[in-house]
Design a protein around this ligand. Structure first.
Ligand SMILES: Cc1ncc(COP(=O)(O)O)c(C=O)c1O
Length: 382
């Protein structure tokens, strides 16, 4: 037998309370029981999205469904949008926008660069009539945290332009103040900070985004936001919902409420800091720049002379610790430790210990125990 540790930025570990709830006998979705659970989930989501003003819509889909819904519901073919991209998921927003016939102003950065809000301001000044700005808050492929608060302050000045934020690995891990920062559309997925299995996506829709919806002519059916809104007003969903996931979501949301969102975010910040300090103490180099590091995942450069794919393989096979490799051009060149959702201090200690043993086996030279010691120091407040 080998005990397993899932240290990836999605799917993430699911607390047993949530799993047990999902194992309960099925209930029918057109019943008062389900309606009560559904409305509790909607209210709980509004708490984690920090919104009182936006609607929260829930889809039975992965996060990409919410991304696609944002494009299909806010625009018309030929509309111009600014897409900020510094990683795989920003790239995906560009692909979706192009698939729907939008004209993309491409603010492309390297994967180790943070989106500069000044570039968004310039793009909006130079291109009158832009209908949307799309930005990934927490870029999971690079670990970068983009400053959506500053982007929000810029886009707020353009009444015809909506700000769409992919916070799929941001929600629950970093502050994402939907109302206060003027974020019109914000999305997340269940297998991330919400501590659920994959299969649910959620999106918030502001009054400004509903105005964009009114003029939008892009084709939509399953992800037509108005279908969800009309049914939400009747405390239900337009299509068969992922009933078990919604019941599980309420348990997960209660755990977040009991901890308090601020404390949840602070816990993530501490786990991220310990992971970073632990890796640096091993002489490793962090991938994301200091001015833009998020709390969800820590990407680390594979050291010179070490086989990056072997790090991930040995950690999983020999020690039962699953971390993520790099994506696209960084495959084999970086590895990523996830600490998003149901994680505590000893998950980080365990992972750093497995990393140390793996690196030692691969012939990398460093001071054994230095990573764990550095992480302990963070946890002990030293
Ligand atoms: C930032 C970000 N955006 C979008 C997605 C896509 O979500 P999904 O894989 O659930 O469709 C992910 C998933 O890893 C993500 O991390």
């Amino acid at each position: 037998m080998q005990k397993k540790y899932l240290m990836t930025p999605g799917p993430t570990p699911v607390p047993s309370e949530v799993l047990l709830t999902q194992a309960a006998p099925m209930i029918h979705h057109r019943t008062p029981d389900f309606s009560a659970a559904f409305m509790e989930a909607v209210e709980g989501l509004k708490y984690v999205f920090e919104t009182k003003e936006s609607d929260a819509l829930i889809f039975a889909s992965s996060g990409t469904g919410a991304m696609e819904s944002a494009v299909a519901n806010c625009f018309c073919a030929g509309d111009t949008v600014v897409v900020c991209r510094n990683g795989k998921f920003g790239d995906r927003m560009k692909q979706i926008s192009e698939a729907y016939g939008l004209n993309v102003i491409d603010l492309q950065y390297g994967w180790t660069e943070v989106v500069d809000p000044a570039d968004v301001a310039t793009a909006l000044e130079e291109n009158p009539g832009v209908r949307g700005v799309i930005v990934t808050q927490s870029e999971t492929s690079s670990g970068i945290l983009n400053d959506v608060e500053r982007v929000g302050a810029i886009v707020r000045e353009y009444p015809e332009c909506v700000l769409i934020v992919d916070s799929i690995t941001g929600i629950g891990a970093v502050p994402c103040k939907t109302d206060e920062w003027g974020l019109d559309v914000v999305m997340t997925g269940s297998q991330k900070g919400l501590m659920l299995p994959p299969g649910l996506a959620a999106v918030t829709v502001s009054a400004k985004a509903w105005r964009a919806y009114e003029r939008s002519t892009l084709p939509k059916f399953y992800f037509d936001w108005m279908k969800y809104k009309r049914n939400l007003d009747k405390q239900t969903t337009p299509f068969t919902p992922a009933v078990s996931l919604i019941l599980g979501l309420n348990v997960a949301l209660k755990m977040i409420r009991d901890e308090g969102l601020e404390n949840t975010i602070a816990r993530h910040a501490k786990l991220a800091e310990a992971t970073r300090r632990g890796c640096e103490a091993l002489g490793l180099t962090l991938f994301a720049p200091p001015e833009g590091r998020g709390n969800a995942v820590t990407p680390v450069w594979v050291p010179e002379g070490v086989d990056g794919k072997a790090i991930v393989k040995i950690m999983k096979e020999k020690y039962g610790v699953t971390i993520a490799g790099g994506q696209d051009e960084y495959t084999g060149r970086i590895f990523r430790v996830g600490h998003l959702g149901y994680f505590g201090e000893f998950d980080i200690i365990t992972t750093l210990a497995a990393l140390e043993m793996t690196l030692a086996e691969l012939g990398y030279s460093f001071e054994r125990g230095a990573g764990i010691k550095a992480a302990e120091s963070v946890f002990m407040g030293e």
